[in-house]
Design a protein around this ligand. Structure first.
Ligand SMILES: [Mn+2]
Length: 465
């Protein structure tokens, strides 16, 4: 019996196998080379899942440096890409392990050198013609380095400033690779290693049409999971039942996994921003906050919805919910290419503070917030990662570019008390509503517009038919 299933485990479904993907990845590498114009080496994640903890997110079938994924579509550990734009020989070389059939018995077919058939496959699947053994990397790099006129080179590592001081992520594979290259450069008496982070993110963050189509597909599956959840919500008694059902509904429709483990927080648990215990029972009078989403290809959905367990908002919950919703709509109105995320922050938290004053305190409501000023930023960048771009978020003060995908997630967390029509409501609650937006020159496209969020829509979905 001879059946051939899918492609190499080393290739992500979004990468390599088709002519379109090959063209797309080559185009990206060419753009990076045109912008940088110098010798570059970029490493993949050198170890397998669980081998080490990285900042790069691993709750999905992809465990790869996003830059490597973006440039090659290769989802295999221990690969290095060498880009040499000024070379008269090959301008791109891919370094991989040698073929190991014993390992393949455990892990499936991987790219490898030392085997003609395998080498042919690697070339045809990746479109990269010059493929070599990763053990030759140092020698090849040295040779290429010395051939250059400028005698300079660059790689990628994550650095930025935090509170005005320069800093870098020093615990990941990129930094380890940087240190190694720096050691070699010193021994070759070369100038300091340069960082391609800025150029790389300039190219990677604006999504193309294919990315947006995939991001929309992620929204559709995530949104459908949410709708089915609300229709069946009466059946659930605790947070992990909700998590299991919601994630099951979503995972049945994607082979790419979740964007991140869901937050399913009832009542006061929703005031813990990164609550992931998801083990509490809940009662009819509480609100529930869920933060969830799946990946489609390399694009992520990152959605939050808050709703009443009973299916009906009580009057205080409705007032508070609509304060947050108003802020979210105000942010969406303001968002467009050219505006800075910090300007969105101002709109968001001003609108919430004003809403509390005019729509809550004015009715005699009392509250104590869990934070001073603001609980978190209203937006982060998204794309190849659920949180993408510079991890120090220096992008908050940069004008947004057309094609950037960001989250829009105002939140309100604290203790609230209000008497209305002879009834007193007293609750500790967290409310967050999160959509994902793509910037355009004149405004933004709300990718999550079909996922219900108004009081009316939510209550209708939860009403038994
Ligand atoms: Mn988010």
């Amino acid at each position: 019996m001879k059946t051939t299933k899918k492609i190499h485990t080393g290739i992500f479904r979004d990468g390599g196998a088709g002519a379109f993907a090959k063209r797309r990845f080559r185009e990206r590498r060419k753009k990076l080379m045109a912008k940088e114009g110098r010798l570059m080496a970029i490493t993949g994640v050198p170890y397998g899942p669980g081998g080490k903890t990285t900042w790069a997110y691993a709750y999905c079938p992809t465990y790869q440096e996003p830059a490597m994924m973006y440039l090659t579509g290769i989802n295999q550990n221990n690969v290095i890409l060498l880009l040499d734009p000024n070379s008269k020989m090959s301008d791109e070389i891919l370094f991989v392990d040698s073929r190991d059939r014993k390992m393949e018995f455990w892990e499936g077919v991987r790219f490898g050198v030392g085997d003609d058939q395998s080498l042919k496959e690697v070339r045809s699947v990746t479109g990269i013609q010059d493929v070599r053994d990763i053990r030759e990397f140092k020698d090849v790099l040295k040779e290429r380095f010395l051939q250059q006129k400028k005698k300079a080179m660059a790689t990628l590592w994550l650095e930025g400033t935090r509170k005005g001081k320069p800093c870098a992520i020093t615990t990941d594979h990129n930094y380890d690779f940087k240190k190694k290259l720096e050691g070699w450069l010193r021994s070759w008496k070369a100038p300091a290693l340069q960082n391609i982070m800025k150029t790389h993110f300039e190219l990677r963050l604006p999504l193309d049409k294919y990315d947006v189509t995939n991001a929309l597909k992620a929204q559709e599956i995530t949104g459908n999971g949410f709708k089915v959840l609300l229709k069946n919500f009466r059946d659930f008694k605790n947070e992990y039942q909700v998590q299991g059902f919601l994630e099951g509904q979503m995972l049945m429709h994607t082979p790419f996994g979740l964007s991140y483990p869901s937050i399913v927080a009832s009542g006061s648990n929703a005031t813990i921003l990164h609550y992931t215990k998801n083990d509490d029972d809940f009662s009819k009078s509480e609100m529930m906050l869920i933060d969830f989403g799946i990946r489609w290809m390399t694009m992520h959905a990152d959605i939050t919805r808050t709703f009443p367990v009973s299916g009906r908002f009580n009057p205080m919950q409705k007032i508070l919910y609509e304060i947050v919703l108003r802020a979210q709509i105000a942010v969406e109105k303001k968002a467009r290419a050219g505006v800075m995320i910090d300007e969105l922050n101002k709109v968001c938290w001003d609108t919430i503070n004003q809403g509390l004053e005019q729509r809550f305190t004015a009715l005699g409501g009392k509250f104590k917030l869990q934070y001073k000023g603001r609980p978190h930023g209203v937006s982060h960048l998204m794309g190849e990662q659920e949180h993408d771009g510079d991890p120090f978020r220096n992008y908050l003060q940069q004008p947004m570019k057309s094609g950037w995908m960001i989250s829009n997630e105002p939140g309100l967390y604290g203790e609230f008390r209000l008497s209305l029509n002879g009834k007193t409501y007293d609750e500790k609650i967290g409310i967050r509503i999160e959509d994902n937006l793509v910037m355009t020159p004149t405004g933004c496209q709300n990718l999550s517009s079909k996922i219900p969020k108004t009081v009316k829509q939510l209550e209708k979905l939860m009403t038994p038919v």
